[in-house]
Design a protein around this ligand. Structure first.
Ligand SMILES: [Zn+2]
Length: 510
């Protein structure tokens, strides 16, 4: 019987369709030869009907052989039909109803399907047939999707007109281009470590990659667009994933986020292509997620929002700049630098957030220090005796000497100004005073920290600390700690805990 199922392939491969029809034909003949009931009734195939190049689901199209079949059945030229499956005979409800009407009027006719067990001579069989036609009808609603799927297949086969060879593969679009794929793999794996799309773009040009000619590009050496470089890194086919970006969306924006167009199966898993892949899915997602993260940060910065750090970073917004007391926010180190590799981020007083921009401090050690101080303080606060002991700590003992030092330093400066001492002498004096001052400040800081730790009472804060989310940790932290002041310290100096001042809530009562 007729078939429209393979219509999509007709244009590209006529021979394939012929073979499919022959297969169906063979199946039907075999069925007729072997079926007991058909044999008993002496059924013989006398005529073939085939609407091979006509869809059964388009109401505007008349299927000539289908009409011939109905006419021949009605007139009794033939007294039955054997078909492969209901949906090969009819896909529209009213076509199916026309078939059923004939069988209601001619219950002795043979009407059998090879697959699906339909017998049109019975009421049940006709009901089943109608249902299968209805299901076919439901499918018509999805024709657009099926067309997309066909396009998708064609796109992935690389047969699409004018589709450029993807970077990393040979012209067959299946086997890897040895140099390009090695270059691409290295880049993909470097992204999570800080390798930037912009750097990749430059490296691509150095590598000798020439983008497709476009209307805009004109003559002369063609520039690689940032989005084109990004598209090469984020191309789903790198990991073997099939991708399909519908035409209108392609047209609407030149900036598609390609991972959004990975073709997935009914379980939501990516459909894999049959080409050699450049990298593993793990490599691919690590690269893609990092690029996505950077884009998000950029977008938020452009909108003037602090990055999405308040939940991710322990002290964002809690830490304050020791110079201007503005909140400090997490801020990534420049990707590619050793600080980025080692620490990832710092806390910074940001001019863009209204700060002075004068203080930054490496992030993770601040987190660790404040976390342990908080936990220790809380733990110690659990004992009343400890709290009492806090009262005995005098963190002002050095204040008098510190005031003196400040006066002495001013005195040295004045004498230098009056040219009563040499530059060398004044530097000696100043430096010595500075050393003493720093030492006293450190001791005072320690005492203050001890005192405040001991003052703290917050028994519930410890219970399941390590299971808490960052939000929960921050909520508990801010119950006890009002702020963490990060004092300026010379550039390039190693992290020094004494320049981190933890301000406990109790202090506001002082
Ligand atoms: Zn500041």
């Amino acid at each position: 019987m007729s078939s429209d199922k393979f219509l999509a392939n007709v244009k590209s491969s006529w021979r394939e369709v012929q073979e499919q029809v022959k297969e169906q034909d063979d199946a039907i003949r075999k069925f007729v030869d072997s079926d007991y009931e058909l044999k008993r009734r002496g059924a013989v195939i006398v005529r073939d009907y085939c609407d091979n190049d006509t869809p059964a689901s388009n109401p505007h199209i008349v299927r000539n052989d289908f009409e011939n079949l109905l006419r021949d059945l009605e007139s009794g030229v033939i007294r039955g039909v054997v078909f492969l499956h209901s949906d090969r005979l009819a896909r529209l409800v009213y076509d199916a109803a026309r078939v059923c009407r004939i069988y209601e009027m001619n219950p002795e006719y043979i009407g059998r399907s090879v697959e699906g067990g339909v017998d049109l001579s019975t009421v049940e069989g006709r009901a089943m047939f109608m249902m299968q036609a209805t299901m076919g009808n439901v499918e018509i609603g999805n024709i657009k999707r099926r067309t997309s799927r066909t396009n998708r297949r064609i796109a992935n086969k690389g047969a699409m007109h004018g589709a450029p060879r993807p970077f990393g593969w040979n012209d067959d679009r299946r086997t890897l281009h040895p140099e390009e794929s090695a270059f691409l793999l290295k880049a993909i794996r470097s992204v999570p470590g800080g390798y930037r799309v912009g750097t990749f773009r430059r490296d691509l040009m150095e590598f000798g990659y020439e983008p497709m000619k476009t209307k805009r590009s004109g003559d002369g050496p063609r520039q690689i667009q940032h989005t084109a470089a990004e598209a090469i890194l984020t191309n789903p086919r790198n990991a073997g994933f099939r991708m399909y970006a519908p035409q209108d969306e392609r047209r609407r924006s030149g900036r598609l986020w390609l991972p959004d167009f990975i073709v997935t199966n009914s379980e939501g898993l990516p459909v894999m292509g049959d080409w050699e892949r450049v990298c593993t899915p793990e490599d691919y997602w690590a690269c893609v997620n990092e690029i996505k993260r950077r884009k998000d940060v950029k977008r938020k910065e452009a909108k003037g929002e602090p990055h999405d750090t308040r939940v991710k970073y322990f002290l964002s917004g809690i830490a304050r700049c020791g110079k201007c007391l503005s909140p400090m926010w997490s801020n990534p180190y420049t990707p590619g630098t050793s600080s980025y590799e080692k620490w990832g981020f710092r806390y910074a007083c940001l001019v863009s957030q209204g700060g002075c921009g004068g203080v930054t401090r490496v992030g993770p050690p601040c987190d660790d220090l404040v976390e342990s101080a908080f936990l220790l303080g809380t733990r110690q606060g659990l004992g009343e005796a400890v709290e009492k002991a806090a009262e005995d700590i005098d963190d002002t003992v050095f204040d008098a000497r510190l005031a003196e030092i400040a006066e002495e330093m001013e005195d040295v400066r004045q004498r230098r100004k009056d040219k009563r001492i040499s530059m060398g002498q004044s530097l000696d004096a100043i430096e010595e005073l500075e050393r003493e001052r720093d030492d006293l400040l450190a001791q005072r800081g320690k005492l203050a920290l001890q005192k405040k730790r001991k003052k703290l009472l917050s028994p519930d804060a410890l219970a399941e600390w390590h299971d808490l989310t960052m939000d929960e940790k921050r909520a508990r932290l801010t119950q006890s700690i009002r702020s963490v002041v990060i004092h300026p310290m010379g550039r390039g100096k190693r992290f020094d805990p004494e320049f981190i001042e933890i301000v406990w809530h109790e202090e506001s009562d002082d």
